[in-house]
Design a protein around this ligand. Structure first.
Ligand SMILES: [Mg+2]
Length: 306
């Protein structure tokens, strides 16, 4: 763990530095409050700070106040080093935003314990942020395939549709459904079916353009949102998706390798349509692909997008 030490007295700074190095901390020493603030607000800043109270340019409490005034993604745990031991002084330091204080001259055993407490807080916060990030991922992604889940892909559609309307740009929506997927599950079991779904999701994610989004809309149904994609581009994109799913699934040499996919495609030229109508149009086109023999792409007439 890296610790910033701000102390103007060179001898005291050196003592703290050596003491902390002996305890296996990485030490970043500075001599005044301004330098401390610059480092703490900089990139890859130390998360633990040991600030002297009395320093030139900015004192310890002032550094605390300025750190706490800015919303930071990661918390800085601050310990004030002070010769002041009056209750009012200590209260002032804590109110300025310090987490703890150590009275000088400090006893090594006490400083060590307080640094340990600070490290624990930092580690707890990191774990919390990680868990939060994990939850956010789980809330927006499909657990089986890793692509966006239904709610998230519908959100994306809504956002991109608004953008298309605002900028008068085209937007394409594709509904892709694996053909006779039930047969795969019935013949080879659900685990084989899951593998196929994961493969197809991966293939689709790799075959779309970087700004396109792929989501699992239902069981074996995927929704693709392609912003800025006009009728011609939609043709290229859907053909690429269609052939990739066919080709790579075969190369997988799996019992379920013969999987094919049907596509329903709709494009709005200016976003002047609501998302329900777009989905309905893609669905209708998909239905036509199914009734026309599957393993094909059907494109909705512009009128269908309403
Ligand atoms: Mg000082």
């Amino acid at each position: 763990m890296r610790v910033l030490i701000a102390e103007d007295d060179p001898v005291s700074r050196r003592i703290v530095e050596i003491t902390l190095r002996n305890w296996k901390y990485d030490v970043v020493p500075v001599a005044d409050g301004k330098a401390a603030l610059e480092i703490l607000n900089g990139e890859n800043a130390p998360r633990l700070a040991l600030l002297d109270w009395m320093m030139p340019l900015k004192d310890g409490p002032q550094v605390c106040r300025e750190i706490r005034a800015e919303p930071a993604p990661r918390y800085t745990y601050i310990i004030l080093l002070t010769t002041r031991s009056g209750k009012a002084d200590i209260a002032e330091g804590l109110e300025a935003g310090a987490d703890d204080y150590v009275i000088k001259p400090f006893e090594a055993i006490e400083l060590k314990a307080r640094l340990l407490a600070g490290s624990r807080i930092i580690e707890l916060q990191d774990q919390l942020l990680e868990a939060q990030e994990e939850l956010r991922h789980q809330a927006t992604h499909d657990a089986l395939t890793g692509v966006w889940n239904r709610a998230a892909i519908l959100d994306k559609l809504e956002i991109e549709l608004q953008r298309a309307r605002r900028q008068t740009t085209p937007l394409t929506v594709m509904m892709a459904d694996l053909d006779r997927f039930k047969t795969i599950n019935d013949t080879y079991g659900h685990q084989a079916g899951d593998v196929v779904l994961r493969n197809v999701a991966q293939i689709m994610s790799g075959a779309v353009r970087v700004y396109d989004a792929v989501g699992r809309y239902g069981g074996e149904e995927f929704l693709i949102v392609a912003p800025g994609c006009d009728v011609l581009t939609a043709q290229t994109l859907s053909q690429r998706l269609h052939s990739h799913v066919g080709r790579i699934a075969q190369a997988a040499n799996h019992p379920a390798a013969s999987v094919t996919c049907s596509f329903g495609v709709v494009t709005t030229i200016d976003g002047n349509v609501d998302s329900d109508a777009l989905i309905r149009a893609a669905d209708d086109a998909l239905y036509r692909a199914k009734t026309n023999g599957r393993d094909r792409i059907e494109v909705a007439a512009a009128a269908e997008a309403g």
